[in-house]
Design a protein around this ligand. Structure first.
Ligand SMILES: Cc1ncc(COP(=O)(O)O)c(C=O)c1O
Length: 357
């Protein structure tokens, strides 16, 4: 049964797309479902949300987002096992969406309504949620400044929309990734917008990512903008370094995205008895730790990749293999626990999973 609290226009059956035969062959974020959700803001209020067929947006070429980048988004996933579907800490994504909105001088949305509306959309698109382990329906809530105007000031009109994309694993397999430490480019400085999930942060990251690709590395590890010395985060993940029995990650000081996977890893590993610290970690400390054997494992944590083992770091012209270059024991355990919890196979003792069917 579909709960019709939002106005719904269903796509005619003959216009619906065929679903990918093998989701593992689809590249991330290239296929979208039949419906989307939209909600407009003008005259200082949000108008009722609507679910309707997936379609192009109509925007004036002078829309503020196209010139000054006033736009934010979120990334979350719906998982399915048999008839049951799951979301992982979705309220956290809407809370972060609202902090991004506040930082970018955009209106916030009602967290609980946004979640209910999303669940309604997901119920309509349930058949699009893939079931194989490691697959999911990626959810992209977005807000853009739509007012037609040239001039740097906050828009008076916005569009909030949600699109859905069935995806396989972000990295082709759960194998160690190679990361290039950026020593010539920076992502975010204190007082800037690094903690907001705003479009420009990603545009600003492209140049360094291109350099990484040139040398055969798949991701970039950013250092702080002040001293170019302390590790911040990876392209779409927060980073954890295990030094003997300490698990360390960069602190939240406004320059990195406060990852929901990061927060979950901190909770779980503290629960498992690790000494977990959110502290400044210099790249020299990491390199020295790799050389002395003190660094036992390094991994990234984020919704898209879940947990990604890091096998190799490139810094200032040298490649450093992390431990034996394979998948660390804690990395594997976190991956298994998180992916298990996200699809209802591992008991959710933290109350993180929202179930719907
Ligand atoms: C820059 C950046 N850092 C970290 C993350 C990880 O955040 P989360 O675990 O909430 O997906 C993401 C992904 O959204 C990201 O884009």
């Amino acid at each position: 049964m579909i709960d019709m609290t939002v106005d719904v226009e269903l796509a005619p059956h003959e216009q619906r797309k065929s679903k990918p035969a093998d989701i593992l062959q689809v590249s991330f974020g290239t296929v979208f479902t039949d419906h989307m959700l939209s909600m407009e803001y003008s005259e200082k209020i949000w108008h009722p949300a609507r679910i309707h067929p997936y379609r192009n947006l109509e925007l004036d070429p002078s829309a503020l987002v196209l010139h000054y980048g006033q736009g934010i988004f979120e990334g979350m996933k719906a998982y399915r096992r048999w008839d049951k579907c799951y979301l992982f800490r979705p309220e956290k994504n809407f809370e972060r969406f609202n902090s991004s909105a506040t930082r970018m001088v955009m209106p916030t949305i009602n967290r609980d309504e946004a979640l209910q509306n999303l669940i309604q959309l997901l119920k309509i698109e349930k058949d699009w949620i893939p079931q194989a382990r490691g697959t999911s329906l990626y959810i992209r809530p977005t807000m853009i400044a739509t007012e037609s105007k040239l001039g740097v000031r906050p828009s008076e009109e916005y569009l909030y929309y949600v699109i859905l994309s069935p995806v396989g694993p972000y990295f082709k397999s759960f194998e160690p990734v190679k990361i290039m430490v950026a020593d010539q480019y920076v992502r975010a400085a204190k007082g800037g917008v690094g903690a907001a999930k705003t479009m420009g942060n990603y545009a600003a990251s492209l140049k360094a990512a291109e350099k990484a690709k040139e040398i055969g590395y798949s991701q970039v590890l950013w250092l702080d903008a002040n001293e170019n010395r302390y590790i911040e985060e990876v392209g779409t993940m927060n980073l954890f370094v295990r030094f003997d029995d300490e698990l360390a990650t960069a602190p939240l000081q406004g320059t990195i995205l406060p990852g929901i996977t990061r927060d979950s890893v901190i909770h779980m590993t503290r629960d498992w008895g690790f000494n977990v610290s959110e502290r400044m970690i210099s790249i020299d400390e990491v390199i020295e730790g790799i050389e002395s054997g003190k660094v036992l494992e390094i991994f990234g944590a984020g919704t898209a990749a879940v947990i990604a083992p890091v096998g190799n770091l490139w810094y200032k012209g040298h490649a450093y293999q992390v431990a034996d270059g394979g998948i660390g024991e804690l990395t594997q355990k976190l991956f298994d626990q998180l992916t298990g919890m996200q699809c209802g196979q591992v008991q959710d003792k933290y109350g993180w999973v929202t179930e719907f069917s």
